[in-house]
Ligand binder design. Structure first.
Ligand SMILES: [Zn+2]
Length: 248
């Protein structure tokens, strides 16, 4: 794995660093309601520094980017990144369902994924959603030459039998980031999942495991800026230096 994107020297962040990123947004190119341009312009209007377009890819259960359109998708989002370059950092991503019944992994062009900034995997180690176990993702990760992250993972539940230090170690070694997803769909008692594994996030600040923020925007434009709970959480646990945005 070359991970050329990580060779860029990360800038250090501190408590004064502005936290205004959202790397989980769907558009009309998969099952979202708004165009990539509308999502980006909303992000600019709300003062975000980084916005990621992360449409579903290769997932059978919902409208997703088909295999033969991935190249065109990447080209399109890259062109938008250039167009909006002076206003916001636009990142190119996709989201892949880790369940093998809903995603045909044999058809994925892993080489092409390397042209993305990041790939989000949903339902990893989630038995209820029949997601793939983490070890399988880590095997697959070796063939993906860009950042790879766990989307809206209920870490406290899915990794309940695993020591948090051991989990952090493998995420660091295999270079997998963790998303703090603020969506109500990935919450319990109105609190996002990340509130239910303080042990994990508390230990994270000593490690180099990266974190991102995502809102899983689909049909509400106001979700693009729905990051304040995650920002407060990051500030409270002093995780500013783990933010993925420092790589871009
Ligand atoms: Zn999503």
């Amino acid at each position: 794995m070359k991970l050329k994107k990580l060779i860029r020297k990360p800038t250090s962040t501190n408590k004064n660093t502005k936290i205004a990123i959202n790397l989980h947004n769907h558009t009309v190119l998969s099952d979202g309601k708004y165009s990539p341009e509308q999502i980006i312009e909303e992000a600019i209007r709300c003062g975000l520094t980084h916005v990621g377009i992360s449409d579903h890819y290769a997932t059978l259960k919902i409208s997703a980017i088909p295999h033969d359109e991935l190249k065109a998708y990447i080209k399109h989002i890259h062109s938008l990144a250039e167009r909006y370059n002076d206003k916001i950092k636009v990142l190119t991503g996709v989201e892949i369902d880790s369940c093998k019944e809903r995603t045909d992994f044999s058809k994925i062009d892993f080489g092409l994924l390397g042209n993305l900034d990041y790939v989000l995997f949903e339902y990893v180690q989630d038995d209820l959603w029949r997601g793939m176990p983490l070890w399988e993702l880590l095997e697959m990760r070796k063939d993906i030459d860009c950042l790879v992250g766990l989307a809206h993972n209920d870490i406290g539940k899915n990794f309940a039998g695993v020591g948090m230090e051991a989990l952090i170690r493998v995420l660091r070694i295999d270079d997998v980031f963790v998303e703090l997803c603020t969506s109500i769909r990935y919450s319990k008692f109105s609190k996002p999942y990340y509130h239910y594994c303080p042990n994990f996030f508390d230990k994270l600040k000593e490690s180099r495991v990266m974190i991102s923020i995502g809102t899983d925007t689909h049909d509400r434009l106001e979700d693009v800026s729905n990051i304040s709970d995650a920002v407060k959480f990051i500030r409270r646990l002093k995780l500013e230096n783990n933010l993925i945005s420092k790589l871009f």
